[in-house]
Write a protein that binds this ligand. Structure first.
Ligand code: KIV
Length: 269
């Protein structure tokens, strides 16, 4: 019988920052992918609201609903044994009131089997982070580029490009830490700002397009595997071209069926 792997918790991530060991995080939205990531040793499996673009074919993350996030979290939660499972609070599930945030964050843990939640926004959400923490729901902040606000900003340009924006991002990081956030995702900012934010707080800062000087990295799995190719931000490194691999496999299968080569005797009863 194989030994149970040591579970990654929010405390593990904090200790990693102290020990200067980088944290690895990837997204998953279903049982099969979540199991593959977990077995490969990723520290954090994020059930991102990127499910909207990657799995639902939407243009932004705005339309994904709370019920859909609970559903995807639960598929992931059933597969993961070692990694910390973090579920995204979708647009409008936490912005209306801290009570709403508590109810919805609670659903991700109770029905969705997540172990922590993530929400987008800075200091203005510190009271919400604190309220969830008081109820036993660990919260990761998400600052820098916040894709749920796309209609307010009008573009996915890198954030923190001027002194005012840089100062605001550092202040946001401090306010979220102060409110009890266990980690921060920092998206699409200059590397030097990534370094500054990571140095400004004692909680782990997990970057996506925030350069190498942060405490860990997260990517959308379908981007890094070449499965989702509709947009390709500069920060995505494609480790494989699985979209192409799948296309080749499907064409081979179709050819075999059409030529009577599949199934063979060994594949028949
Ligand atoms: O939804 C998501 O996948 C995310 C990552 C991009 C960090 O929030």
């Amino acid at each position: 019988m194989s030994a149970q792997p040591t579970k990654v918790t929010t405390a593990t991530l904090r200790a990693r920052k102290g020990a200067q060991q980088r944290i690895t995080a990837l997204t998953a939205y279903d049982f099969t992918f979540a199991g593959l990531l977990d077995e490969a040793g990723v520290d954090v499996v994020l059930v991102g609201d990127s499910v909207a673009t990657v799995m639902q074919g939407r243009d932004t993350t705005v339309p994904v609903t709370m019920d859909q996030m609970v559903y995807h979290c639960e598929l992931v939660g059933r597969a993961v044994k070692r990694a910390l499972v973090v579920g995204d609070l979708p647009f409008l599930s936490y912005q209306v009131s801290a009570e709403d945030a508590l109810r919805n964050g609670g659903r991700l843990l109770k029905e969705g089997l997540a172990e922590a939640v993530k929400l987008e926004g800075g200091a203005e959400f510190a009271p919400t982070v604190q309220r969830l923490g008081t109820a036993g729901i660990p919260v990761s902040g998400h600052i820098g580029l916040t894709p749920q606000s796309i209609h307010q900003f009008g573009s996915y340009r890198a954030r923190g490009q001027d002194a005012g924006e840089r100062a605001r991002i550092v202040d946001d990081a401090r306010a979220l830490e102060q409110a009890g956030a266990f980690a921060l995702v920092l998206e699409k900012v200059p590397s030097e700002l990534g370094r500054e934010v990571a140095a400004a707080v004692s909680i782990p800062v997990i970057g996506i397009g925030a350069g190498p000087h942060v405490d860990g990295q997260v990517l959308v799995t379908h981007d890094m595997l070449g499965l989702f190719t509709r947009f390709r931000p500069r920060f995505v490194r494609r480790y494989r071209e699985l979209g192409k691999e799948i296309g080749d496999a499907v064409r081979e299968y179709c050819r075999d069926v059409q030529q009577g080569k599949f199934p063979n005797d060994g594949e028949s009863y």
